[in-house]
Design a protein around this ligand. Sequence first.
Ligand code: SF4
Length: 342
Amino acid sequence: MAPRLPLNVVEQIVRGSNDGRKTYTFNDGHDYNLPAQWWFQESHEGLILFLVFYTQACQWSRCLACNLPSRMSKDHVSYKAVISQIDWVFANPEIMVRKDEIRKVILSNNGSVLDQETFSTTALMYLMAKLNLNFRWLDVISLETRPEYVDLAEIVVLSRAAAEGDTPTRIELAVGFEVFDDHIRNDVLMKGLHLAVFEKMVTQATSHGFRIKCYLMQKPVPGMSDEEAIKDVECAIEYLHRVSESCGALINVHLNPTYVARNTDLEVAFLRGEYVPPFLSDVAKAALAGRGKSLTMFIGLYDEGLAVPGGSFIRDERDEGLVAVLEQFNRTQNFEVIESML
Ligand code: SF4
């Protein structure tokens, strides 16, 4: 029998989507010269520019509650197209008018920007040069990626380039940790992330002076009660604190309340009445676990327009008030702000 050939990238994406029981289609009609999305965030680190480039979708594509790949292309997007998207960013007056305020840029392609199959290395180097040339007060460049794509030799070169700007800029690796409970993370959510792999990445990255950002999801799967979801976030924060202490890692925890992503198993459960998104007051309760820890925290409050109707964690006007309070926490890291809303 002939040996089985490895799957190509499109086949990987399709297999991942099928394994994750996704029913969305990809955004193949998107203009290749435009990023998928961008927005500003305010944090204690100052103004953050979040850039989502339009590339080939996440090769993993399985995670149960995620429909981020639906914003992307199933097919390859050339480095020239990504460079056009970068040029668009640096010609955008809404972005450039704030260029001297921007302290952090988060680079995303709704997957892994360090996966060279889906995000061109040429485009990444071009982007580093443009950031140096344009954002003189930039402090941190955050690279969203799955840990398996972290190639230290590549990051060292990127880090060296980032340090050449007017303000020395540091690299942060942003990874989806999502859930503390191993069974929920890998068997239910299908994240495919084991603690040993995560810890090895943090240790190596920290030894080279890189920072870490960890995404957590509160209540990411059906079958978790609100109390279990709070407890899981508390355990994750405690665990990340221990990792930070043991290897001196600078870890920023980015806690995302889960929304019901269209065309996923979460939507099926939601429509059957078997899942409701977390309440913002519970997110605030869980975030309190970060007090006194060697971590910084950011609470994600944006569903990126990917939630089904009624499937957001922002349900009504009262929640909009809570969002304003949590945004204040993001800017100040003052836990008393959170306590005041509980
Ligand atoms: S959560 Fe990240 S790794 Fe998982 S399918 Fe979505 S984009 Fe891919």
